[in-house]
Ligand binder design. Structure first.
Ligand SMILES: [Fe+2]
Ligand SMILES: [Fe+2]
Ligand SMILES: [Fe+2]
Length: 416
């Protein structure tokens, strides 16, 4: 375990943004590509480093409020009648994170045409929103099935037609200047957008500590959970349970914090699973289960792509592995599953049983412990952690209930 924990801000943001675009190949990298256009425009505008970073952060997560696969697809088809909904949710999510809060208004207004603004274009929120609005359209107009330099003139022409009513002339000028080299378009279409932004993008030197990573993990915990009202607090519950079990077992303070982050992110790969599967009451059929099995694969890939988070990736993403090797999708077994991963599995099953589901009530202590005990018996869960849950049942379940109630309040008041 490394002693001082720092993560590159670009690395974590790009990976999490990328995770949101997992499901549909047509949409893949929409936010990264939009952020690229925005970044190029910001450079032409000669924004200072801080303003550029703020604008970029808003761009790379601008659709964070569109949390389901289905919703993203609708946006991509320009069915924007209810675009306001994902903007308002994005605003709420940005507000909930200290280092993003200042860009919440930008996200709120990223579909607002210029004619609806009273402010001057010098107003940073108006400027940032307008830049993102234009970049978002340009990105979606690019036909991914067609060579980029056979279509870029048409896209520029289409953009120009927005001048005045939808986009401020000054913002349009920035775009024209940024996009007047073939290089701009070839970059935009390049499959290596992630590494391009990581290596050349605005976050090059921004290393952040554990507190920023915690806030960011909590943000994505909400993005995952709020996709479905049936599991709107699941990750919050798992994080609380895993944190406490780790603590009771004697993990260091630092490890306990990493465990909570892992709990908040353990299901991030569910971004790739459509809601009709996530929300299906009862048992999944074979084809649905096959899709479901990809979620921890993606959780691992996403978290492991962030330098310095390998430990967290293992703790988070192995929660459906079993000690006898019959879990999914990696088929790790007792030789390869470390303590943190074993804790996460127990925390996940415990929370799932103890929380309400659309098809059943929450289960009481006797029922939960008998199921956990059975799984330990069959060599699916680690018996020492099942025993630890049994010995500290009321403390753990109270902690989980408290954290889930907190997350539930945020969800109920603001989101549903
Ligand atoms: Fe949007
Ligand atoms: Fe978008
Ligand atoms: Fe899971």
């Amino acid at each position: 375990m490394q002693r001082s924990f720092t993560i590159n801000l670009g690395n974590i943001i790009l990976s999490l943004s990328n995770a949101m675009d997992l499901a549909n190949p047509e949409l893949s990298q929409h936010q990264l590509r939009t952020a690229f256009i925005v970044w190029e425009m910001g450079r032409v505008a000669n924004l200072n480093q801080q303003s550029l970073e703020n604008l970029f952060s808003a761009a790379v997560l601008h659709d964070i409020g569109a949390t389901s696969v289905e919703e993203m697809e609708a946006l991509h088809r320009f069915e924007e009648n209810d675009a306001g909904e994902h903007c308002a949710r994005g605003w709420l999510l940005f507000k909930s994170v200290p280092w993003l809060a200042k860009e919440a208004d930008t996200v709120l207004h990223h579909h607002r045409p210029w004619t609806a603004w009273d402010e001057s274009i010098e107003n940073p929120t108006a400027f940032n929103s307008q830049v993102i609005l234009l970049a978002d359209h340009v990105e979606r107009w690019v036909d991914r099935g067609q060579y980029i330099l056979h279509q870029h003139q048409k896209v520029i022409q289409k953009a120009r037609e927005m001048t005045g009513h939808t986009i401020h002339p000054q913002v349009m000028e920035l775009f024209q200047e940024a996009s007047n080299r073939e290089e701009f378009w070839l970059d935009l279409a390049a499959p290596r957008m992630y590494s391009l932004l990581l290596n050349r993008g605005p976050y090059k030197k921004a290393d952040v500590g554990l507190d920023v990573v915690e806030d960011t993990a909590k943000l994505f915990c909400n993005v995952i959970d709020f996709r479905s009202r049936f599991t709107a607090t699941h990750s919050s519950g798992v994080a609380a349970a895993a944190k406490l079990i780790a603590q009771l077992h004697g993990f260091t303070r630092n490890e306990v914090r990493l465990m909570e982050i892992a709990g908040n992110l353990h299901d991030i790969g569910k971004m790739a699973v459509p809601n009709r599967i996530l929300e299906k009451p009862g048992k999944l059929d074979e084809a649905e289960m096959a899709v479901m099995k990809s979620h921890t694969y993606h959780s691992y890939e996403v978290i492991n792509s962030i330098n310095g988070m390998q430990q967290i990736a293992e703790w988070a993403a192995f929660h459906h592995e079993k000690l006898d090797g019959t879990g999914y999708p990696f088929h790790h077994d007792r030789d390869s599953l470390n303590l943190g991963s074993r804790i996460m599995s127990v925390a996940d099953v415990f929370t799932a049983l103890a929380e309400e589901r659309p098809y059943r009530e929450s289960l009481g202590k006797d029922k939960v412990m008998s199921i956990l005990g059975g799984m330990a018996e069959r060599d699916h869960l680690d018996r020492q952690f099942v025993a630890l849950v049994g010995d500290n049942y009321s403390q753990i379940s109270q902690q989980v209930v408290t954290q889930q109630a907190k997350a539930g309040e945020f969800y109920q008041d603001e989101f549903s």
